[in-house]
Every structure is written in C-alpha cells, then in structure tokens.
Design a binder for this molecule. Structure first.
Ligand code: ADP
Ligand code: MG
Length: 211
C-alpha cells in the first residue's frame, strides 16, 4: 500500500457505495431508518472531494489519506455509521505514519480501526453490526499475510471473509444500533453496515489487485 493506492482505495469505496446506494438503503429500510445508502454516499463522496482539495499540499503518508477520510466521514455523516467508520479510518491512519505500508503494518492498522469501532459502539461479534464483517475480514487478512502471501492475496481473503460475515448477519438478532429496537423482528434481514463493510474490503481487494 502506498499513498496513491490509499487514495485509489477511498475512490473505489466511493464508486462502490454509489453503485450499491439503493441496496444499502433498502437493507436499512427493513431494520433501520432507510438512510444507510445516503449516509455512505454522502460520506465517501465528501472524502474523495476532501482528498482532491489537498492537491496543493498532498498527503505525505498513507495514514494522512486515511485520517483525512475519517475526519471527513465524521463531519459529513449524521447517522451512526459516520462516526463509527470515521473513527475506524482515523485510527487506521494514525498507525500508518509512512509513505508505504506492508501487510503487517496494514493488519495492525485494521486492528486499530476495529478496536476504535468497538470502543465507540461497544458492539461484540454476533450483535448484527459492521463488526460481524470487519472482524472476520481482519482475521483472514492476518492469516493470509502471515502465511507469506502478498498484500493483494490478503486483501482478497479479507473481502471474501467480510462477505461471508455479512451474509451470516441475516439470522442474527440485532443487539446494537437502531435495528436492536426491533428485537426478534430484526432476524431474517442482512445488516446494512456489515454490507457496506464488505464493500469497503472488496474495494481494497480490487485496488490492491490492480496495482
Ligand atoms: P443510523 O443507524 O444512525 O441510521 P446508518 O443507517 O448509517 O446509521 O448505519 C447503520 C449501521 O451501523 C448498522 O447496520 C450497523 O452495522 C452499524 N451500527 C449501528 N450501531 C452500531 C454499533 N454500536 N457498533 C457497530 N456498528 C453499529
Ligand atoms: Mg440508518
């Protein structure tokens, strides 16, 4: 990962969110307030614009790109997902204080991001949130990287694990966020935030494969 790839990753997330905006909103209309697609779209479009606005003073570390992304998500998104993803990107960025990052450093950054989501949202695995896609993605990234595979292979494994985790949220009962107000009626619906997390990891895999 380098500074350009970090920027490309954020652009790829924005493109994926744009493409899947209606689907994310549809999922959120079943167990939330039908704004997840709008929230994600607003946040990542703003992040792409904020990064483009830095053209005169470009970021000099991978982390600077991710911190800017996180700060922009926090300031532009009203829903729960804005502060949660925003804190994740900021925490990731703080770890990546260099112009490049290897798989080990990136795994540490992903872990810091997950930790900050859990600090802020206090969700555990199985609560039917973005954690249920994020945690398995991190585990798969680490396992694949530790076996000696390259960044692209680790990111691909992470994306596959995130999608599996996303699908596994369907039978869960929500214990955090708006969907938890529905109690048992949240069962049988895929979590919107786990779905956007899967898009974020798929965008990472595609970015790292295109290098
Ligand atoms: P809001 O719920 O405020 O309308 P969004 O619709 O944008 O915000 O995001 C909803 C998603 O946020 C949920 O599907 C879930 O994955 C995630 N989420 C909500 N609360 C938490 C939490 N406490 N911890 C982790 N993720 C959460
Ligand atoms: Mg919502």
């Amino acid at each position: 990962m380098d500074i350009d790839l970090a920027r490309t990753w954020v652009q790829a997330i924005a493109a994926a969110v744009d493409k899947h905006k209606d689907h994310l909103t549809q999922l959120d209309s079943a167990i939330g307030d039908a704004d997840h697609g709008t929230n994600m779209h607003r946040g990542f479009s703003a992040a792409v614009a904020a990064l483009a606005a830095l053209a005169d003073l470009p970021p000099d570390t991978v982390g600077a790109v991710l911190v800017k992304t996180g700060t922009t998500l926090i300031s532009s998104v009203g829903g729960a997902s804005g502060p949660l993803y925003g804190s994740a990107f900021r925490a990731m960025g703080k770890v990546l204080d260099a112009p490049t990052a290897d798989t080990e450093q990136f795994a540490a950054a992903l872990a810091a991001g997950l930790h900050s989501v859990q600090q802020l949202g206090t969700a555990q695995a199985g609560d039917k949130t973005m954690i249920d896609a994020y945690a398995p993605a991190l585990a798969a990234f680490r396992l694949t990287a530790d076996s000696g595979s390259d960044f692209a292979a680790a990111a691909l494994a992470a994306a596959d694990a995130a999608e599996q985790g996303m699908r596994a949220t369907t039978p869960m009962q929500a214990r955090k966020g708006r969907a938890s107000y529905l109690g048992a009626r949240s069962i049988g619906h895929q979590d919107p935030g786990a779905t956007s997390t899967a898009l974020i990891f798929r965008a990472l895999a595609e970015t790292m494969a295109s290098r």
